[in-house]
Design a binder for this molecule. Structure first.
Ligand SMILES: C[S@@+](CC[C@H](N)C(=O)[O-])C[C@H]1O[C@@H](n2cnc3c(N)ncnc32)[C@H](O)[C@@H]1O
Length: 262
């Protein structure tokens, strides 16, 4: 992976990703599918949202790509037996498809990739001319308050020596910068806008460990001595959640993206 190399806890993600599924429904609705298209699910995760996409493609096909081997394995299990879909383990920045797709769908992925210029070049290369990109990811301001709390906890003496050099790949872009990058990559009919999504995950701890703090915990596990790493990871999660309060309220800001390959 060209971002921070991170494998995901795919089983827990699949269980806690209700918000992502809700967002994905809205993205699929915006695609206005005819039902016979060939679609790339860019960053398919555990395959939960791929299944939603397939509901709109009774005569179509999906290529579902993700860079996390654990996610790919889970998606393959979830979608096994459905001949309309192929799951491939690939970095979106280095996509290699045998055939160009008619459309690209993506939910909650692009902000995990720092280099949006390269990302949009790669996606443009995967699309047939006239093909649509319809996506949503974290945008400018996304869960700012929660990320600030995590940084505060990470700077406490107990964690600081292990966390000081953590560099997550997040890129929460503005609509304006994204429109420019899409145009430069060869897209037209571009529309990008932000949308607030207040979210209260039902399993706050599972959601925090798997979705919100996964880069922090992965870093801690790699940098702290193995004898204390798990204990520190657990304590770190507890401390961030205590700061965030109960119930956990997350102020998500989603960046919606629509564009056509020129
Ligand atoms: C929050 S999950 C979203 C998964 C799925 N789209 C959903 O909505 O449930 C983010 C996914 O992006 C994938 N991802 C991050 N960077 C990637 C990259 N460079 N190439 C491919 N997948 C990537 C991760 O492996 C992870 O599965």
């Amino acid at each position: 992976m060209t971002g921070a190399a991170l494998d995901w806890d795919a089983a827990t993600y699949d269980r806690v990703a209700d918000p992502q599924e809700q967002w994905a429904r809205e993205i699929v609705a915006r695609m206005h599918l005819r039902g016979d298209e060939f679609v790339l699910d860019a960053g398919c995760g555990s395959g939960r949202v791929t299944r939603l996409l397939l509901e709109g493609l009774s005569r179509g096909r999906v290529i579902a790509a993700d860079a996390s081997p654990a996610m790919v394995e889970r998606a393959r299990q979830a979608l096994a037996g459905d001949h309309r879909v192929e799951v491939t383990c690939q970095d979106l920045l280095e996509l290699q498809l045998h055939e160009r797709v008619d459309a690209i769908f993506s939910c909650a992925v692009f902000h995990h990739i720092f280099d949006h210029e390269r990302l949009f070049d790669s996606l443009r290369g995967a699309l047939a001319p006239g093909g649509r990109l319809v996506a949503q990811c974290g945008g400018a301001g996304n869960i700012d308050a929660f990320r600030c709390l995590a940084e505060t906890v990470a700077s406490r003496p107990r964690y600081d020596e292990y966390m000081a050099d953590m560099r997550p790949p997040w890129h929460y872009a503005t609509p304006e910068a994204t429109e420019q990058r899409l145009r430069a990559a060869g897209f037209e009919e571009i529309r990008c806008w932000l949308q607030d999504k207040l979210t209260l995950p039902s399993d706050a701890r599972g959601f925090a460990q798997t979705v919100l703090l996964n880069y922090h915990l992965d870093h801690l596990r790699k940098t702290a001595p193995p004898s204390v790493a798990e204990q520190l990871a657990s304590a770190f999660t507890d401390e961030v959640l205590a700061e965030a309060g109960d119930p956990l309220e997350l102020h998500y800001v989603r960046l919606n993206i629509e564009a056509t390959a020129a």
